[in-house]
Ligand binder design. Structure first.
Ligand code: SF4
Length: 353
């Protein structure tokens, strides 16, 4: 395995590219770690980034650890939406630190800039991140290094501090100048890409934190497909189109109930029984009627239809499609999630962006 001088946290954003380039410019070998979870990560882009930016990049899947951290409640709280930015950085840095020996590297880089984000990149948050990730002295932030204490690679002379930067604040002027200096073929658009910072995704994820003590990465993948409905602790996903149906088919796991109207092509419904949720014959029939109401051909029959329910011994069930069933399935809302967030997670105030 090739060895490297440094491992870099690499999101694919401009700052992470520039941080890696700045250190590579000094003749050092840098391996970029692109972290993957159900909430962020674009493994499909890695080949393109490698070619376009001339970087060595490997994917690092942190899904299990990340979901567990969220379910436990991030120690430093959440930001505006469901983003635990401080704990997220700590988790990534801990994993990077574990990987140092594997690649023969002695330090870690990140593209953070002091003061760029109101919360997670305030100086106190940057210091908490170093303390709690155990990376004191080995975490170099090349874009703002001259505003921070010297790190071990600088003190040892491996990295020339004079050729690092002193960027701070929210402006992008310095980064754009650096991007021009390195003649980047493409400048990524700022931010974006983390589903925990977006209300439409966060409202889909939140009920899982309420209703499943130990959710899995696969649960969040299911929560990110199609229309989402909840009735208490009963959870149902319904496809909006063929692509959703194909994704639902792949996401369905043993133990799930899969609803499909017999003979009449239409959307697929996947219900994942959660601990304590009652899925008796009445609940299955109710859900079948609800799922069938999304099938235009079933609705057009204006009478009972057969619904196959994979995973249910009494399948098929005969039901009349009905959107207003006794279980009263409803889509999760961000307002409800916002309210529940206060009770479910501790809000310390430094966790967000
Ligand atoms: S926005 Fe925050 S939670 Fe999302 S990937 Fe970035 S640091 Fe992590």
């Amino acid at each position: 395995m090739q060895s490297y001088h440094a491992l870099a946290l690499f999101s694919g954003g401009l700052d992470s590219i520039l941080a890696a380039k700045t250190v590579m410019d000094q003749g050092l070998d840098v391996l970029c770690l692109h972290f993957i979870s159900p909430f962020f990560g674009k493994p499909g882009q890695i080949e393109r980034w490698r070619g376009m930016y001339g970087l060595d990049i490997v994917p690092v899947d942190v899904s299990e650890a990340y979901v567990a951290m969220m379910a436990d409640g991030p120690a430093h709280g959440l930001g505006k939406i469901l983003n635990p930015c401080v704990d997220c950085k700590i988790l990534m840095l801990r994993r990077a630190k574990e990987l140092l020996a594997t690649y023969g590297a002695s330090f870690i880089l990140s593209g953070e800039v002091v003061g760029q984000r109101p919360m997670s990149q305030r100086l106190d948050a940057l210091n908490i991140i170093i303390r709690d990730s155990g990376t004191k002295g080995i975490l170099l932030r090349p874009l703002c290094a001259k505003r921070l204490p010297e790190t071990e690679p600088e003190l040892s002379g491996l990295v020339d501090r004079q050729r690092l930067h002193a960027i701070s604040g929210r402006g992008r002027k310095d980064q754009m100048a650096l991007a021009a200096h390195y003649a980047l073929a493409e400048i990524p658009t700022p931010a974006g890409g983390c589903l925990l910072t977006e209300e439409p995704s966060a409202k889909r994820f939140f009920p899982l934190f309420l209703h499943k003590p130990a959710p899995t990465p696969a649960d969040f993948e299911l929560a990110n497909i199609g229309r989402q409905y909840w009735s208490g602790d009963r959870w149902l996903a319904i496809g909006r189109n063929q692509s959703d149906n194909a994704r639902l088919e792949r996401a369905a796991a043993p133990g799930d109930l899969v609803f499909k109207v017999r003979y009449l092509p239409g959307p697929l419904g996947v219900a994942r029984p959660l601990p304590g949720a009652v899925w008796d014959a009445a609940a299955v029939a109710d859900t079948a009627a609800f799922a069938a109401s999304f099938n235009p051909k079933a609705m057009a029959t204006a009478g009972p239809v057969q619904v196959d329910v994979a995973g249910f011994p009494g399948s098929p069930v005969l039901v009349t499609p009905n959107r207003q069933t006794p279980l009263a399935f409803a889509e999760p809302t961000w307002d409800a999630a916002k309210e529940g967030k206060r009770q479910r997670f501790t809000l310390h105030g430094v966790g967000g962006r």
